[in-house]
Design a protein around this ligand. Structure first.
Ligand code: FE2
Length: 230
């Protein structure tokens, strides 16, 4: 399997390009400003892009979904709670996408937003967690119908139940870390690991005292339009 991790420095976003041996590919969380980099890689490796997955509707950057699907004919995929009617596929928990011999399972993991998905590649022991689970952290829960209670439940019933050696690829990292594992997060995550109870987690999230998200007012409407410029 081919896996490339891209980093967009302004929003510290990770994007992932995955391809099988027959050069079929999917991309997760592409950022508009990086479009040319993705297109060049698709061309250089002769990859056919099938799907553009969003882990959620982002508030900190604009998706490259619209221009990417225009150039490649790939289908854009979001959770149906997102109300993004311009997306090609509005999915729910348990949808499976086949990429050659690999299956990608969409796991509904609400909490950071009410439309968060993680994507699990069972054959490769990899999970793409979006902002649901970050390395030693998690996404905030105070916007976009977020819920700390739901996030705790998503993590403990859907993510921490994956095999411990599963590699965790998040949507962001602000400290230069590229991946983690389920075992490391269970043991080390200061918000969700180390045996933290739901009440402790809710308390931590309530007291984060984070600033208003800088780009939310421009990024959300754009992303609800699939990143399509008018
Ligand atoms: Fe987010």
């Amino acid at each position: 399997m081919f896996l490339k991790q891209f980093f967009e420095p302004e929003s510290c976003t990770y994007t992932y390009l995955i391809a099988d041996e027959k050069n079929h590919a999917v991309i997760i969380d592409p950022v508009e400003s990086e479009l040319d980099i993705y297109l060049k890689m698709l061309q250089d490796y002769d990859l056919k892009l099938l799907y553009i997955f969003e882990t959620h509707i982002h508030a900190d950057h604009i998706t490259a979904a619209a221009p990417l699907r225009e150039k490649t004919q790939a289908k854009s995929v979001v959770h149906r709670n997102s109300n993004v009617t311009c997306a090609d596929l509005l999915i729910t928990d348990g949808c499976i996408f086949q990429l050659g011999k690999y299956s990608i399972e969409a796991i509904f993991t609400p909490g950071h937003t009410n439309a968060c998905m993680s994507y699990y590649l069972k054959e490769e022991n990899i999970v793409f967690t979006g902002d649901t689970l970050l390395i030693n952290g998690c996404g905030r829960t105070d916007f976009q119908h977020g819920s700390s209670k739901q996030l705790y439940e998503s993590i403990h019933t859907k993510i921490f139940t994956l095999p411990e050696q599963t590699i965790v690829y998040p949507a962001h990292d602000y400290h230069g870390k590229k991946f983690s594992t389920i075992k490391e997060e269970k043991e080390q995550n200061v918000r969700l690991g180390q045996g933290k109870t739901e009440a402790e987690f809710i308390d931590i999230m309530r007291n984060l005292d984070l600033p208003y998200p800088k780009k939310i007012d421009t990024a959300l409407p754009m992303n609800q339009a699939c990143g399509q410029k008018k």
